[in-house]
Design a protein around this ligand. Structure first.
Ligand SMILES: O=P(O)(O)OC[C@@]1(O)O[C@H](CO)[C@@H](O)[C@@H]1O
Length: 388
């Protein structure tokens, strides 16, 4: 755990805050979307009614006794049950909400809905869309760039891929113009860490499926092709989470989409397919990836894995929130100080979609605040932060 822990956790009960909007607007809209996405049977609709009611009454209830993991959530939720969703840590409350969606839709239960991803239809629509065709075709031009520019383009592709987050689409927020100037840019550290040693294992902790995972895979291909990594371990979520988070099934679909594409994208897809087969690209789906916990609470096996890696790259806003404990640190607190507990070199790629923020130069902060725009939460800005 970081030495300074007096930074308060982010809660949803602050009027006008981003987190409050998530509970009041995004979650009810998401429940409607889930209900309409698949031809759910009456039992599932009744379970969704109950969840909708719980959200509307704004009192957190324990997970149903029939849930296989209810004891685990009972333990973590002991101090949360009976309270308002907005009064408990945002990170815990959101994770619990997604766990409850899986319960309501029967994802873990006996019966026909077992293993059916409630967010599958929206993820599939995105992956099959024309926007993806265009993004994959653009790779032909990227491949023709000089090496340094190609590296930068693929890194930025993966970084900005994080804007394609289907939770944002639920309420059509986060569609603003992207601002090319990065709020922080430790990309030099990423390349020097990889080049400063024998190629080792790079761990990539992925975030969203589809339009984020595809450019992540292209970055992985670059690392393997250029000998910057001997192998890549790619963490995805063991089950559906936060609407568009990538699961093993989404990874398989993304690899199929890439491998079937024409041109450079298809060639990269073929290489990644073979790398998966030979074990140089190793998918992982650890339970901790869906835990409502900061990374400083990681279990020993993950700690050992990150410790042995030549570099860990985390993707996305939620992983960033977990890295900094989803707390309101003074924004100038160095990223290296807050993440000192993390075993091994670390780089976080993230578009800003929540209030968690560290490592910002005070002048940059003042200039951004002076714009009067919601730059911290609208996905218009991005950052690369790391520590050796
Ligand atoms: O990790 P991602 O996909 O970049 O972002 C997920 C995310 O935008 O969704 C939440 C809203 O439900 C935010 O609080 C959160 O950080």
């Amino acid at each position: 755990m970081p030495e300074t822990t007096d930074a308060p956790p982010i809660l949803g009960n602050v009027p006008g805050s981003y987190a409050l909007g998530v509970f009041r607007e995004r979650h009810p809209a998401l429940l409607r979307q889930v209900r309409d996405a698949l031809p759910y049977t009456p039992d599932r609709h009744r379970a969704l009614d109950l969840l909708e009611d719980e959200v509307a009454r704004d009192v957190i209830a324990p997970l149903d006794r029939s849930a296989h993991d209810h004891a685990l959530w009972d333990e973590g939720g002991r101090e949360m049950f009976g309270r308002r969703w907005v009064d408990v840590p945002f990170l815990w409350a959101e994770s619990y909400f997604y766990r409850k969606i899986l319960h309501a839709t029967g994802y873990f239960e006996e019966g026909p809905w077992r293993g059916v991803d409630p967010f599958g239809p929206v993820k599939r629509a995105e992956l099959d869309g024309e926007a993806v065709d265009a993004e994959l075709a653009a790779l032909d031009e990227v491949a023709a760039l000089p090496a340094a520019e190609r590296e930068r383009a693929l890194l930025l592709g993966s970084l900005w891929g994080n804007r394609a987050d289907l939770t944002f689409a639920v309420t059509r927020s986060g569609q603003g113009e992207r601002v090319a100037d990065l709020v922080a840019d430790d990309s030099a550290l990423l390349w020097s860490t990889l080049r400063g040693r024998e190629p080792g294992t790079v761990v990539v902790v992925a975030d969203n499926a589809g339009r984020e995972l595809l450019p992540d895979l292209l970055l992985v291909d670059l690392l393997l092709e250029e000998g910057l990594a001997a192998e890549v371990v790619l963490h995805v979520k063991p089950y559906p989470y936060f609407v568009s988070d990538a699961t093993p099934a989404d990874l398989a679909e993304a690899l199929r989409r890439l491998a079937a594409a024409p041109g450079e994208a298809g060639r990269a897809g073929g290489r990644l397919w073979r790398a998966t087969r030979s074990g140089r690209l190793r998918p992982r789906a650890h339970d901790f990836s869906c835990a409502p916990l900061p990374y400083w609470d990681m279990p020993v096996d993950l700690r050992a894995e990150f410790d042995a890696a030549s570099l860990t790259i985390t993707k996305g806003d939620l992983n960033y929130r977990r890295l900094v404990g989803d707390r309101l640190w003074p924004p100038s607190t160095p990223f290296a100080a807050v993440t000192a507990y993390f075993p091994g070199p670390l780089v976080a790629l993230r578009t800003l979609k929540s209030d968690a923020l560290v490592g910002i130069d005070p002048e940059v902060l003042a200039a951004l605040d002076a714009t009067g725009r919601p730059w911290r939460t609208s996905g218009t800005h991005a950052m690369i932060q790391g520590r050796p």
